[in-house]
Design a protein around this ligand. Structure first.
Ligand SMILES: *[C@@H]1O[C@H](CO)[C@@H](O)[C@H](O)[C@H]1NC(C)=O
Ligand SMILES: *[C@@H]1O[C@H](CO)[C@@H](O)[C@H](O)[C@H]1NC(C)=O
Ligand SMILES: *[C@@H]1O[C@H](CO)[C@@H](O)[C@H](O)[C@H]1NC(C)=O
Length: 496
Protein backbone atom coordinates (compact mmCIF):
# COMPACT_ATOMS: atom_id res chain seq x y z
CA UNK A 1 0.00 0.00 0.00
CA UNK A 2 2.79 2.42 0.81
CA UNK A 3 4.81 2.29 -2.33
CA UNK A 4 8.31 3.59 -2.42
CA UNK A 5 7.29 6.21 -4.90
CA UNK A 6 9.20 9.24 -5.92
CA UNK A 7 8.81 12.08 -3.49
CA UNK A 8 10.57 15.29 -2.81
CA UNK A 9 12.34 16.30 0.33
CA UNK A 10 11.31 19.91 0.27
CA UNK A 11 13.33 21.08 3.19
CA UNK A 12 15.52 19.82 5.92
CA UNK A 13 16.08 21.70 9.13
CA UNK A 14 18.35 20.70 11.95
CA UNK A 15 16.12 21.34 14.94
CA UNK A 16 12.52 20.77 15.87
CA UNK A 17 10.24 17.82 15.93
CA UNK A 18 9.65 17.32 12.24
CA UNK A 19 12.84 17.51 10.32
CA UNK A 20 11.74 16.41 6.91
CA UNK A 21 8.83 17.28 4.72
CA UNK A 22 7.50 14.94 2.12
CA UNK A 23 4.98 16.36 -0.27
CA UNK A 24 3.68 13.58 -2.46
CA UNK A 25 0.60 11.51 -1.62
CA UNK A 26 0.82 7.81 -2.48
CA UNK A 27 -1.13 6.76 -5.57
CA UNK A 28 -3.69 4.83 -3.58
CA UNK A 29 -4.29 7.54 -0.98
CA UNK A 30 -8.00 8.45 -1.12
CA UNK A 31 -9.57 11.88 -0.82
CA UNK A 32 -13.15 12.45 0.16
CA UNK A 33 -15.59 14.80 1.80
CA UNK A 34 -18.17 14.40 4.54
CA UNK A 35 -21.59 15.58 5.72
CA UNK A 36 -24.23 14.37 8.15
CA UNK A 37 -27.98 13.98 7.79
CA UNK A 38 -29.28 16.50 10.32
CA UNK A 39 -26.74 19.12 9.28
CA UNK A 40 -27.71 19.18 5.60
CA UNK A 41 -30.92 17.36 4.71
CA UNK A 42 -33.74 19.56 5.99
CA UNK A 43 -37.14 18.03 5.09
CA UNK A 44 -37.43 17.33 8.79
CA UNK A 45 -41.08 16.30 8.79
CA UNK A 46 -41.96 15.20 5.29
CA UNK A 47 -42.28 11.90 3.41
CA UNK A 48 -42.86 9.97 6.59
CA UNK A 49 -39.78 11.00 8.57
CA UNK A 50 -40.19 10.85 12.34
CA UNK A 51 -38.67 13.48 14.65
CA UNK A 52 -35.21 13.04 16.12
CA UNK A 53 -33.80 14.37 19.39
CA UNK A 54 -32.27 17.15 17.28
CA UNK A 55 -35.68 18.22 15.99
CA UNK A 56 -36.83 18.36 19.58
CA UNK A 57 -33.71 20.13 20.81
CA UNK A 58 -33.70 22.87 18.17
CA UNK A 59 -37.43 23.54 18.61
CA UNK A 60 -37.17 24.19 22.33
CA UNK A 61 -38.06 27.62 23.67
CA UNK A 62 -35.79 29.21 24.65
CA UNK A 63 -33.60 27.72 21.96
CA UNK A 64 -30.27 26.19 22.97
CA UNK A 65 -28.98 27.07 19.49
CA UNK A 66 -27.29 30.28 18.39
CA UNK A 67 -29.78 32.61 16.66
CA UNK A 68 -32.60 30.08 17.27
CA UNK A 69 -31.41 28.24 14.15
CA UNK A 70 -32.82 24.80 13.31
CA UNK A 71 -32.13 22.08 10.77
CA UNK A 72 -35.71 22.20 9.46
CA UNK A 73 -34.50 23.22 6.01
CA UNK A 74 -30.71 23.27 6.42
CA UNK A 75 -29.12 22.93 2.94
CA UNK A 76 -32.30 21.32 1.61
CA UNK A 77 -30.06 18.49 0.51
CA UNK A 78 -33.12 16.24 0.56
CA UNK A 79 -34.24 17.94 -2.63
CA UNK A 80 -30.83 18.92 -4.00
CA UNK A 81 -28.73 15.81 -3.50
CA UNK A 82 -28.06 15.47 -7.24
CA UNK A 83 -26.46 18.89 -7.46
CA UNK A 84 -24.49 18.26 -4.26
CA UNK A 85 -23.13 14.92 -5.40
CA UNK A 86 -22.22 16.40 -8.76
CA UNK A 87 -20.28 19.10 -6.91
CA UNK A 88 -18.36 16.42 -5.01
CA UNK A 89 -17.53 14.63 -8.23
CA UNK A 90 -16.48 17.84 -9.92
CA UNK A 91 -13.87 18.49 -7.25
CA UNK A 92 -12.45 15.04 -7.89
CA UNK A 93 -13.19 13.37 -4.56
CA UNK A 94 -13.06 9.60 -4.49
CA UNK A 95 -15.41 9.03 -1.59
CA UNK A 96 -18.40 10.75 -0.08
CA UNK A 97 -19.19 10.14 3.57
CA UNK A 98 -22.77 10.85 4.61
CA UNK A 99 -25.01 9.63 7.38
CA UNK A 100 -28.41 8.00 7.44
CA UNK A 101 -31.12 9.65 9.50
CA UNK A 102 -32.46 6.83 11.63
CA UNK A 103 -35.99 8.35 12.02
CA UNK A 104 -36.19 8.98 8.26
CA UNK A 105 -35.86 5.24 7.73
CA UNK A 106 -37.56 4.06 10.92
CA UNK A 107 -39.84 6.89 12.10
CA UNK A 108 -40.15 5.58 15.66
CA UNK A 109 -36.69 4.07 15.85
CA UNK A 110 -38.13 0.58 16.24
CA UNK A 111 -37.69 -1.87 13.39
CA UNK A 112 -41.34 -1.48 12.37
CA UNK A 113 -42.70 0.36 10.51
CA UNK A 114 -40.09 0.92 7.83
CA UNK A 115 -40.51 4.20 5.92
CA UNK A 116 -39.89 3.09 2.33
CA UNK A 117 -39.63 6.69 1.16
CA UNK A 118 -36.68 7.13 3.51
CA UNK A 119 -35.02 3.98 2.20
CA UNK A 120 -35.54 5.12 -1.35
CA UNK A 121 -33.98 8.55 -0.62
CA UNK A 122 -30.73 6.93 0.52
CA UNK A 123 -30.89 4.43 -2.32
CA UNK A 124 -30.97 7.37 -4.75
CA UNK A 125 -28.01 9.00 -3.01
CA UNK A 126 -25.96 5.81 -3.18
CA UNK A 127 -26.82 5.29 -6.84
CA UNK A 128 -25.85 8.85 -7.62
CA UNK A 129 -22.47 8.42 -5.88
CA UNK A 130 -21.85 5.17 -7.75
CA UNK A 131 -22.85 6.76 -11.05
CA UNK A 132 -19.81 9.02 -10.66
CA UNK A 133 -17.57 6.11 -9.70
CA UNK A 134 -17.13 7.36 -6.19
CA UNK A 135 -17.30 5.27 -3.02
CA UNK A 136 -20.25 5.70 -0.65
CA UNK A 137 -19.01 5.81 2.95
CA UNK A 138 -21.97 5.54 5.30
CA UNK A 139 -22.25 6.60 8.91
CA UNK A 140 -25.04 4.61 10.53
CA UNK A 141 -25.46 7.09 13.38
CA UNK A 142 -24.52 10.75 13.35
CA UNK A 143 -26.43 12.01 16.40
CA UNK A 144 -30.08 12.01 15.28
CA UNK A 145 -31.62 9.49 17.67
CA UNK A 146 -35.36 8.97 17.04
CA UNK A 147 -37.29 11.14 19.51
CA UNK A 148 -39.77 8.33 20.17
CA UNK A 149 -37.02 6.12 21.58
CA UNK A 150 -35.86 8.96 23.79
CA UNK A 151 -39.39 9.44 25.10
CA UNK A 152 -39.60 5.71 25.79
CA UNK A 153 -36.48 6.03 27.93
CA UNK A 154 -34.37 4.13 25.43
CA UNK A 155 -31.46 6.46 24.87
CA UNK A 156 -27.68 6.25 25.13
CA UNK A 157 -27.81 5.64 28.87
CA UNK A 158 -30.04 2.58 28.52
CA UNK A 159 -28.49 -0.78 27.50
CA UNK A 160 -31.84 -1.67 25.86
CA UNK A 161 -30.75 0.61 23.03
CA UNK A 162 -28.08 -1.91 21.99
CA UNK A 163 -30.47 -4.44 20.41
CA UNK A 164 -32.73 -1.77 18.95
CA UNK A 165 -29.76 -0.14 17.27
CA UNK A 166 -28.59 -3.48 15.91
CA UNK A 167 -32.07 -4.04 14.41
CA UNK A 168 -31.86 -0.64 12.72
CA UNK A 169 -28.34 -1.30 11.46
CA UNK A 170 -29.37 -4.71 10.10
CA UNK A 171 -32.15 -3.12 8.07
CA UNK A 172 -29.97 -0.50 6.43
CA UNK A 173 -27.06 -2.86 5.88
CA UNK A 174 -29.34 -5.35 4.16
CA UNK A 175 -30.95 -2.63 2.02
CA UNK A 176 -27.67 -0.97 0.99
CA UNK A 177 -25.23 -3.68 -0.07
CA UNK A 178 -23.50 -1.16 -2.36
CA UNK A 179 -21.94 0.77 0.52
CA UNK A 180 -18.14 0.79 0.22
CA UNK A 181 -17.23 1.51 3.83
CA UNK A 182 -19.30 1.51 7.01
CA UNK A 183 -18.87 3.54 10.13
CA UNK A 184 -21.16 2.70 13.03
CA UNK A 185 -21.24 5.76 15.25
CA UNK A 186 -19.73 9.20 14.71
CA UNK A 187 -17.83 10.75 17.62
CA UNK A 188 -19.13 8.89 20.69
CA UNK A 189 -17.26 11.33 22.93
CA UNK A 190 -19.32 14.25 21.67
CA UNK A 191 -22.54 12.25 22.04
CA UNK A 192 -21.74 11.36 25.64
CA UNK A 193 -19.69 14.27 26.93
CA UNK A 194 -21.67 17.03 25.21
CA UNK A 195 -25.07 15.29 25.09
CA UNK A 196 -25.08 13.83 28.62
CA UNK A 197 -22.24 15.62 30.46
CA UNK A 198 -22.29 19.33 29.68
CA UNK A 199 -25.64 19.12 27.88
CA UNK A 200 -24.81 21.53 25.05
CA UNK A 201 -25.84 18.98 22.40
CA UNK A 202 -29.10 17.01 22.18
CA UNK A 203 -30.65 15.60 24.27
CA UNK A 204 -29.19 18.28 26.53
CA UNK A 205 -28.80 16.17 29.67
CA UNK A 206 -26.42 17.64 32.25
CA UNK A 207 -24.88 14.77 34.19
CA UNK A 208 -21.20 15.63 34.31
CA UNK A 209 -19.01 12.71 35.33
CA UNK A 210 -21.97 10.40 35.77
CA UNK A 211 -24.51 9.58 33.02
CA UNK A 212 -21.90 10.53 30.44
CA UNK A 213 -19.90 7.44 31.48
CA UNK A 214 -22.99 5.27 31.34
CA UNK A 215 -23.45 6.61 27.79
CA UNK A 216 -19.89 5.68 26.87
CA UNK A 217 -20.47 2.18 28.17
CA UNK A 218 -23.72 1.74 26.19
CA UNK A 219 -22.24 3.24 23.05
CA UNK A 220 -19.22 0.92 23.04
CA UNK A 221 -21.49 -2.09 23.53
CA UNK A 222 -23.72 -0.86 20.72
CA UNK A 223 -20.82 -0.39 18.34
CA UNK A 224 -19.47 -3.85 19.18
CA UNK A 225 -22.85 -5.57 18.82
CA UNK A 226 -23.36 -3.90 15.43
CA UNK A 227 -19.91 -4.94 14.21
CA UNK A 228 -20.39 -8.54 15.42
CA UNK A 229 -23.84 -8.76 13.82
CA UNK A 230 -22.39 -7.42 10.55
CA UNK A 231 -19.53 -9.92 10.50
CA UNK A 232 -21.86 -12.81 11.31
CA UNK A 233 -24.89 -12.04 9.17
CA UNK A 234 -23.23 -10.21 6.27
CA UNK A 235 -20.05 -12.20 5.88
CA UNK A 236 -20.57 -12.06 2.10
CA UNK A 237 -20.16 -8.24 2.16
CA UNK A 238 -16.70 -6.87 1.48
CA UNK A 239 -17.07 -3.39 2.99
CA UNK A 240 -15.03 -2.75 6.11
CA UNK A 241 -16.61 -1.37 9.25
CA UNK A 242 -15.39 0.74 12.12
CA UNK A 243 -16.26 3.52 14.52
CA UNK A 244 -15.30 7.20 14.09
CA UNK A 245 -13.46 8.82 16.97
CA UNK A 246 -12.35 12.41 17.39
CA UNK A 247 -8.99 12.48 19.09
CA UNK A 248 -7.36 15.84 19.83
CA UNK A 249 -3.67 16.16 20.53
CA UNK A 250 -2.63 17.53 23.92
CA UNK A 251 0.56 19.35 24.83
CA UNK A 252 1.67 20.20 28.37
CA UNK A 253 1.32 23.90 29.20
CA UNK A 254 4.80 23.83 30.68
CA UNK A 255 7.31 21.04 30.62
CA UNK A 256 6.83 19.88 34.19
CA UNK A 257 6.26 16.25 35.01
CA UNK A 258 2.82 16.97 36.45
CA UNK A 259 1.69 18.78 33.28
CA UNK A 260 3.15 16.08 31.06
CA UNK A 261 1.27 13.44 33.03
CA UNK A 262 -1.90 15.53 32.82
CA UNK A 263 -1.53 15.71 29.02
CA UNK A 264 -1.26 11.97 28.79
CA UNK A 265 -4.25 11.54 31.10
CA UNK A 266 -6.24 13.86 28.85
CA UNK A 267 -5.37 11.69 25.84
CA UNK A 268 -6.48 8.60 27.73
CA UNK A 269 -9.79 10.19 28.76
CA UNK A 270 -10.53 11.94 25.45
CA UNK A 271 -9.35 9.24 23.04
CA UNK A 272 -8.39 6.17 25.07
CA UNK A 273 -11.77 5.85 26.72
CA UNK A 274 -13.21 5.08 23.28
CA UNK A 275 -10.28 3.44 21.51
CA UNK A 276 -8.77 1.26 24.23
CA UNK A 277 -11.84 -0.97 24.73
CA UNK A 278 -12.00 -1.57 20.96
CA UNK A 279 -8.32 -1.83 20.07
CA UNK A 280 -6.79 -3.29 23.27
CA UNK A 281 -9.64 -4.33 25.57
CA UNK A 282 -11.22 -2.69 28.66
CA UNK A 283 -10.93 0.94 29.74
CA UNK A 284 -7.47 2.49 29.90
CA UNK A 285 -6.09 1.69 33.38
CA UNK A 286 -5.55 5.31 34.34
CA UNK A 287 -9.16 6.18 33.48
CA UNK A 288 -10.51 3.23 35.45
CA UNK A 289 -8.27 3.91 38.46
CA UNK A 290 -8.91 7.65 38.63
CA UNK A 291 -12.69 7.44 38.44
CA UNK A 292 -12.80 4.52 40.91
CA UNK A 293 -10.58 6.35 43.37
CA UNK A 294 -12.52 9.61 43.15
CA UNK A 295 -15.85 7.75 43.43
CA UNK A 296 -14.52 6.13 46.59
CA UNK A 297 -13.47 9.49 48.01
CA UNK A 298 -17.07 10.62 47.46
CA UNK A 299 -18.20 7.64 49.56
CA UNK A 300 -19.92 6.02 46.57
CA UNK A 301 -20.24 2.27 46.82
CA UNK A 302 -19.09 1.74 43.25
CA UNK A 303 -17.24 3.60 40.53
CA UNK A 304 -19.15 6.11 38.43
CA UNK A 305 -17.51 4.43 35.45
CA UNK A 306 -19.45 1.22 34.71
CA UNK A 307 -17.13 -1.75 34.69
CA UNK A 308 -17.05 -4.25 31.86
CA UNK A 309 -17.44 -7.95 32.57
CA UNK A 310 -14.81 -10.29 31.10
CA UNK A 311 -17.33 -11.28 28.44
CA UNK A 312 -17.97 -7.65 27.55
CA UNK A 313 -14.26 -6.92 27.31
CA UNK A 314 -13.82 -9.80 24.88
CA UNK A 315 -16.96 -8.86 22.96
CA UNK A 316 -15.86 -5.25 22.37
CA UNK A 317 -12.20 -5.93 21.71
CA UNK A 318 -11.26 -6.20 18.05
CA UNK A 319 -14.49 -4.81 16.63
CA UNK A 320 -12.81 -2.74 13.94
CA UNK A 321 -11.37 -3.13 10.47
CA UNK A 322 -9.64 0.27 10.50
CA UNK A 323 -9.78 3.48 12.53
CA UNK A 324 -12.00 6.35 11.44
CA UNK A 325 -10.28 9.40 12.90
CA UNK A 326 -11.67 12.91 13.14
CA UNK A 327 -8.98 15.43 13.89
CA UNK A 328 -9.41 19.14 14.51
CA UNK A 329 -7.15 20.67 17.11
CA UNK A 330 -4.59 20.64 19.92
CA UNK A 331 -5.18 21.27 23.62
CA UNK A 332 -2.69 22.90 25.93
CA UNK A 333 -2.99 21.04 29.19
CA UNK A 334 -2.14 21.52 32.83
CA UNK A 335 -2.59 19.43 35.92
CA UNK A 336 -5.29 19.95 38.50
CA UNK A 337 -5.05 18.10 41.77
CA UNK A 338 -7.63 15.35 42.14
CA UNK A 339 -8.44 16.31 45.71
CA UNK A 340 -8.98 19.93 44.86
CA UNK A 341 -12.67 19.47 44.30
CA UNK A 342 -14.40 16.32 45.45
CA UNK A 343 -17.49 16.67 43.36
CA UNK A 344 -18.59 14.67 40.37
CA UNK A 345 -16.94 16.22 37.38
CA UNK A 346 -15.20 14.94 34.27
CA UNK A 347 -12.35 17.46 34.37
CA UNK A 348 -11.50 16.58 37.95
CA UNK A 349 -11.71 12.87 37.17
CA UNK A 350 -9.23 13.57 34.38
CA UNK A 351 -7.17 15.89 36.60
CA UNK A 352 -6.43 18.10 33.66
CA UNK A 353 -7.61 21.44 32.40
CA UNK A 354 -7.27 22.97 29.01
CA UNK A 355 -5.91 26.39 28.17
CA UNK A 356 -4.98 28.19 25.01
CA UNK A 357 -1.73 29.50 23.65
CA UNK A 358 -2.29 33.03 22.37
CA UNK A 359 0.43 32.51 19.77
CA UNK A 360 -1.46 29.74 18.03
CA UNK A 361 -3.50 30.56 15.00
CA UNK A 362 -7.20 30.65 15.70
CA UNK A 363 -10.10 30.22 13.41
CA UNK A 364 -13.39 32.00 13.84
CA UNK A 365 -14.66 29.45 16.38
CA UNK A 366 -11.46 29.92 18.33
CA UNK A 367 -10.32 26.52 17.25
CA UNK A 368 -6.59 26.28 17.38
CA UNK A 369 -4.86 25.48 14.15
CA UNK A 370 -1.79 23.58 15.10
CA UNK A 371 -0.68 21.52 12.12
CA UNK A 372 2.06 19.69 14.03
CA UNK A 373 -0.61 18.37 16.42
CA UNK A 374 -2.03 15.95 13.88
CA UNK A 375 1.36 14.35 13.34
CA UNK A 376 1.86 13.87 17.06
CA UNK A 377 -1.65 12.49 17.47
CA UNK A 378 -1.12 10.01 14.61
CA UNK A 379 2.18 8.83 16.05
CA UNK A 380 0.64 8.43 19.50
CA UNK A 381 -2.27 6.41 18.09
CA UNK A 382 0.15 4.18 16.22
CA UNK A 383 2.05 3.47 19.44
CA UNK A 384 -1.00 2.95 21.62
CA UNK A 385 -3.15 0.80 19.38
CA UNK A 386 -0.80 -1.46 17.42
CA UNK A 387 -0.40 0.63 14.33
CA UNK A 388 -3.97 0.58 12.98
CA UNK A 389 -4.90 1.48 9.43
CA UNK A 390 -6.30 4.99 9.72
CA UNK A 391 -8.77 6.80 7.52
CA UNK A 392 -8.97 10.44 8.54
CA UNK A 393 -12.73 10.72 8.25
CA UNK A 394 -12.89 14.42 9.13
CA UNK A 395 -10.62 17.36 9.30
CA UNK A 396 -11.53 20.95 8.63
CA UNK A 397 -11.79 24.50 9.76
CA UNK A 398 -14.59 27.05 9.93
CA UNK A 399 -14.84 30.62 8.74
CA UNK A 400 -17.33 33.37 9.54
CA UNK A 401 -19.00 33.37 6.16
CA UNK A 402 -17.80 36.80 5.09
CA UNK A 403 -15.61 35.66 2.19
CA UNK A 404 -15.30 32.90 -0.34
CA UNK A 405 -11.57 33.64 -0.66
CA UNK A 406 -10.84 31.14 2.11
CA UNK A 407 -7.06 31.24 2.09
CA UNK A 408 -7.01 30.37 5.78
CA UNK A 409 -8.78 27.08 5.01
CA UNK A 410 -6.36 26.31 2.21
CA UNK A 411 -3.45 26.96 4.56
CA UNK A 412 -5.05 24.71 7.11
CA UNK A 413 -5.48 21.79 4.71
CA UNK A 414 -2.04 22.25 3.21
CA UNK A 415 -0.20 22.46 6.54
CA UNK A 416 -2.11 19.60 8.15
CA UNK A 417 -1.58 17.49 5.04
CA UNK A 418 2.18 18.13 5.09
CA UNK A 419 2.24 16.83 8.65
CA UNK A 420 0.13 13.81 7.71
CA UNK A 421 2.64 12.96 5.00
CA UNK A 422 5.49 13.25 7.51
CA UNK A 423 3.57 10.96 9.85
CA UNK A 424 3.21 8.47 7.01
CA UNK A 425 6.69 8.55 5.57
CA UNK A 426 8.81 9.33 8.65
CA UNK A 427 6.78 7.85 11.51
CA UNK A 428 5.33 5.03 9.37
CA UNK A 429 1.75 5.65 10.42
CA UNK A 430 -0.70 3.88 8.11
CA UNK A 431 -2.94 6.69 6.91
CA UNK A 432 -4.91 5.63 3.83
CA UNK A 433 -6.95 8.73 3.08
CA UNK A 434 -8.51 11.91 4.28
CA UNK A 435 -11.98 13.37 4.29
CA UNK A 436 -12.56 17.11 4.34
CA UNK A 437 -15.20 18.46 6.65
CA UNK A 438 -17.44 19.62 5.06
CA UNK A 439 -18.82 19.72 1.53
CA UNK A 440 -20.85 22.86 2.13
CA UNK A 441 -21.70 25.26 4.92
CA UNK A 442 -24.34 23.61 7.07
CA UNK A 443 -26.06 23.48 10.43
CA UNK A 444 -23.17 23.42 12.89
CA UNK A 445 -25.06 22.12 15.95
CA UNK A 446 -25.25 24.65 18.78
CA UNK A 447 -23.52 27.24 16.63
CA UNK A 448 -26.30 27.13 14.04
CA UNK A 449 -25.43 28.66 10.66
CA UNK A 450 -22.87 31.11 12.00
CA UNK A 451 -20.05 28.66 11.67
CA UNK A 452 -19.03 27.87 8.10
CA UNK A 453 -17.07 24.65 7.56
CA UNK A 454 -17.94 24.20 3.89
CA UNK A 455 -15.88 24.10 0.73
CA UNK A 456 -19.06 25.57 -0.78
CA UNK A 457 -20.57 28.70 0.70
CA UNK A 458 -24.28 29.04 1.46
CA UNK A 459 -25.92 32.23 2.72
CA UNK A 460 -28.58 30.74 4.98
CA UNK A 461 -29.82 34.04 6.34
CA UNK A 462 -30.27 36.05 3.13
CA UNK A 463 -30.52 33.68 0.18
CA UNK A 464 -33.69 31.55 0.10
CA UNK A 465 -32.38 29.79 -3.01
CA UNK A 466 -29.51 28.37 -0.87
CA UNK A 467 -27.14 28.69 -3.80
CA UNK A 468 -23.93 26.69 -3.42
CA UNK A 469 -21.01 29.00 -4.18
CA UNK A 470 -17.57 27.41 -4.51
CA UNK A 471 -14.95 28.87 -2.17
CA UNK A 472 -11.35 29.13 -3.25
CA UNK A 473 -10.63 25.86 -1.40
CA UNK A 474 -12.63 23.96 -4.04
CA UNK A 475 -9.88 24.90 -6.48
CA UNK A 476 -7.25 23.80 -3.97
CA UNK A 477 -8.74 20.32 -3.59
CA UNK A 478 -9.25 19.94 -7.31
CA UNK A 479 -5.59 20.67 -7.83
CA UNK A 480 -4.07 18.50 -5.08
CA UNK A 481 -6.30 15.53 -5.84
CA UNK A 482 -5.12 15.74 -9.43
CA UNK A 483 -1.44 16.41 -8.83
CA UNK A 484 -1.22 14.52 -5.51
CA UNK A 485 1.46 16.97 -4.59
CA UNK A 486 1.74 19.71 -1.99
CA UNK A 487 4.07 22.57 -1.31
CA UNK A 488 5.45 21.98 2.16
CA UNK A 489 7.96 24.17 3.96
CA UNK A 490 9.71 24.34 7.29
CA UNK A 491 7.23 26.76 8.80
CA UNK A 492 4.52 24.16 8.65
CA UNK A 493 6.09 22.31 11.53
CA UNK A 494 6.82 25.34 13.67
CA UNK A 495 5.92 24.28 17.11
CA UNK A 496 4.43 27.03 19.25
C1 LIG B 1 -39.29 17.60 23.47
O1 LIG B 1 -39.53 16.36 24.07
C2 LIG B 1 -40.14 16.42 25.35
C3 LIG B 1 -40.28 15.01 25.86
O2 LIG B 1 -39.00 14.43 25.99
C4 LIG B 1 -41.50 17.11 25.25
O3 LIG B 1 -42.06 17.25 26.52
C5 LIG B 1 -41.31 18.46 24.60
O4 LIG B 1 -42.58 19.05 24.38
C6 LIG B 1 -40.58 18.35 23.29
N1 LIG B 1 -40.31 19.68 22.78
C7 LIG B 1 -40.45 20.01 21.52
C8 LIG B 1 -40.17 21.42 21.19
O5 LIG B 1 -40.83 19.22 20.67
C1 LIG C 1 -35.17 33.48 19.69
O1 LIG C 1 -36.41 33.09 20.25
C2 LIG C 1 -36.77 33.84 21.39
C3 LIG C 1 -38.01 33.20 21.98
O2 LIG C 1 -38.99 32.96 21.01
C4 LIG C 1 -36.98 35.28 20.99
O3 LIG C 1 -37.33 36.06 22.12
C5 LIG C 1 -35.69 35.81 20.40
O4 LIG C 1 -35.87 37.14 19.93
C6 LIG C 1 -35.23 34.93 19.26
N1 LIG C 1 -33.90 35.36 18.81
C7 LIG C 1 -33.59 35.53 17.53
C8 LIG C 1 -32.19 35.95 17.24
O5 LIG C 1 -34.40 35.35 16.64
C1 LIG D 1 -17.08 10.17 53.46
O1 LIG D 1 -17.23 9.51 54.70
C2 LIG D 1 -16.28 9.93 55.67
C3 LIG D 1 -16.47 9.03 56.92
O2 LIG D 1 -17.81 8.95 57.28
C4 LIG D 1 -16.50 11.40 55.99
O3 LIG D 1 -15.55 11.84 56.93
C5 LIG D 1 -16.35 12.20 54.71
O4 LIG D 1 -16.64 13.56 54.93
C6 LIG D 1 -17.27 11.66 53.61
N1 LIG D 1 -16.96 12.33 52.37
C7 LIG D 1 -17.88 12.83 51.54
C8 LIG D 1 -17.40 13.51 50.31
O5 LIG D 1 -19.07 12.75 51.81
Amino acid sequence: MFLAIWFFVSCIVSTGYAKIHYNKFPKDFIFGVGTSSYQIEGAWNIDGKGPSIWDNFTHRVPSPISNNDTGDVACDHYHRYKEDIRNIYNIGFQFYRFSISWPRVLPTGYSKPINEKGISFYKKIINEILRYNMTPVVTIYHWDLPQRLYEDGIDWTNPKLVDIFVDYARIIISRFPEVGLWTTINEPKQICRLGYGTGILAPGVKSDGLLEYQCTYVILKTHAATYRMYKKEFSHYKAKMSIVIECPWSEPLTNTKSNKDASERLRQFECGMYMHPIYIGDWPKIVKDRIAQRSKSQNLTKSRLPSFTREEIAFIKGTQDYLGLNYYYTYLVSNIAAGEKGFTNYEYDMGAIISENPNWKFDKNLRKNTPWGIRRALKWIKGQYNNPVILITEMGVSDDGTTIQDDQRIEYYREYSCNILDAMYVDKVKVVGLGAWSLMDNFEWMLGYKSHFGLYYIDFYNDPSLKRVPKKSVQYFRQIIKSRELICNIYDTNFY
